[in-house]
Design a protein. Structure first.
Length: 512
């Protein structure tokens, strides 16, 4: 017996050492630990990506793949190539006429062949000032930065001074500067003054109540909102407390949106009830009959058969109309170039303003999403979210990453159009990955109601989703994006109020 055991015992240490090395290699492969003298490769996405087809735009533009799939600007600026210089707004004639019979002001999405026209609304002319701006204001460019490995992103507010327009639109209303400093008139689409406000006391809240009415919020110290919301009474012209609960009635993102944004539009909706200091939500049919238990701490309405919800642990995920999970909150993803596996976790966007347009609601099969890629070992063994990266991406209906060229940052996603910012300026790419307008614009707004305002070489224009001019360059010095069917424009020393007019009238909530 000893004769046979002695060779085995002599080889046992080597065998154990080999098994130990294999175990250590597997643990390193899956990211359970790092070795300080070994530098892993740069992050490379290996989940299935929806790459743009090499297609041709109306002006002969071909979309070219230039980098990895991200929603944030690449750290490698050398990969930021020059704009393709192929997709530019098409020339077109600009005509403007009074609002005529058969046409109604509409906030539906503008289409090139949808019987649309721009009309001039002259009812408010006497209330409009004859200058563009009387003072400057401080605005903030919002970006995100990371303070080091293991950390989540931080918000960076970069202030800049800009002219404050004497007229701007807010959810189908005109906000008009008066001769009294800080006081503004509120004017409806018919040109009637329905109230006024002092911006040191109350300001537009950029949200609507459950009935679709625009809200205003009182401000406290340093101009910060107090959380007290008001609606203006059209008859008394006075502010009244709003029937509005942000946790229940909020749409997730606060900006100048139309009444149908984030509103129930499906045979499925959610009902809520008070639960402790917050609320719980349950899936319900269109009549409000509860179909599932109250299990969500937050829920946003369905769009394209997906709804974003949150559970008691604060985890975000998407459900289908049946209530089953369509996209999980956390999914493992292998990164071969780094020899590791991470866990991608869906999180709320860090901010809820215009910079977050495109989150929560699917549009043409895509949605913006914030993804925290966590260390696999720490997440599963210690329940820690040690961040390997924290980024905003574009996500498909299956939860996969949609291709974004390297060196470009997504500023907004709406109407199936990505507003991208790169080294040379702003541009637009559609939901198929085709460049519609090259990224060489000085300024650009997110698409709203099928239109977007742009600026290049100091000249402003308005374009549709084909990249064609609705208002060519040079007609106006300033153009605002559509606001529930109306557009404010300034040029030649006067303000002009335009209406998106269509023969097709929305049955409800129509601004007419």
């Amino acid at each position: 017996m000893k004769k046979y055991m002695r060779p085995i015992l002599q080889r046992l240490p080597a065998l154990l050492l080999m098994l130990l090395l294999c175990a250590v290699s597997v643990m390193y492969l899956y990211g359970w630990f790092d070795i300080s003298m070994i530098v892993r490769g740069k992050d490379a996405e290996t989940t299935a990506e929806t790459s743009p087809p090499v297609s041709t735009s109306d002006t002969g533009a071909a979309a070219t793949e230039t980098g990895a799939s991200t929603d944030t600007a690449s750290d490698d600026t050398s990969d930021t190539s020059a704009p393709p210089d192929t997709a530019q707004p098409n020339d077109g004639e600009f005509t403007l006429s009074p609002l005529s019979d058969g046409y109604e002001v509409s906030y539906a999405e503008w289409t090139a062949d949808g019987g649309w026209t721009l009309c001039e609304l002259d009812g408010a002319d006497e209330l409009l000032p004859g200058y563009y701006s009387s003072h400057t204001t401080t605005e903030f460019d919002i970006s995100y930065t990371n303070s080091g490995e293991g950390k989540q992103n931080d918000i960076v507010y970069t202030p800049y001074e800009t002219d404050s327009p004497a007229v701007y639109t807010y959810m189908g209303l005109l906000i008009v500067e008066t001769e009294t400093d800080g006081v503004y008139n509120i004017v409806d689409v018919n040109g009637e003054s329905i109230g006024s406000f002092d911006e040191s006391v109350i300001v537009p809240a950029y949200c609507r109540d459950k009935y679709g009415d625009p809200l205003f919020e009182t401000v406290g110290e340093h101009g910060i909102g107090t959380g007290d919301f008001y609606v203006i009474n059209g008859e008394t012209h006075a502010f009244e407390p709003a029937d509005y609960i942000p946790e229940v009635d909020g749409r997730g993102v606060r900006f100048d949106y139309a009444p149908d944004y984030g509103a129930p539009s499906d045979s499925r909706t959610f009902v809520s009830r008070k639960s402790g200091d917050g609320y719980k939500f349950a899936l319900a049919d269109e009549g409000g009959k509860r179909l599932r238990d109250y299990k969500y701490t937050a829920a946003y309405q369905f769009s394209e058969e997906r709804a974003a919800v949150f559970n008691d642990d604060g985890e975000m995920y998407y459900i289908s109309r049946s209530g089953s999970t369509a996209i999980k909150s956390a999914r493992s993803r292998k990164i071969p170039s780094q020899d590791r596996t991470v866990v991608d976790i869906l999180l709320r966007p860090l901010t809820d303003g215009e910079e977050s347009i495109g989150f929560y609601y699917y549009d043409h099969g895509l949605v913006r999403a914030r993804v925290l890629s966590a260390n696999y070992y720490r997440y599963h063994s210690k329940n820690e979210t040690y961040a390997q990266s924290d980024e905003n991406i574009i996500m498909t209906m299956e939860g996969e990453r949609f291709y974004i060229p390297a060196g470009y940052e997504v500023k907004a996603y709406s109407n199936g159009m990505l507003l991208l910012r790169g080294k040379y300026g702003y541009g637009y790419m559609d939901f198929t990955g085709r460049w519609v307008v090259d990224p060489d614009l000085e300024e650009a707004t997110p698409f709203s109601e099928g239109l977007a305002a742009i600026k290049k070489d100091g000249k402003c224009a308005l374009i549709d989703e084909n990249g064609s001019f609705v208002i060519p360059y040079g007609v106006y010095e300033h153009i605002e994006e559509p606001s529930t069917g109306i557009i404010a424009a300034y040029g030649n020393g006067k303000w002009t109020i335009l209406a998106k007019a269509s023969l097709t009238v929305l049955p409800e909530d129509e601004n007419s």
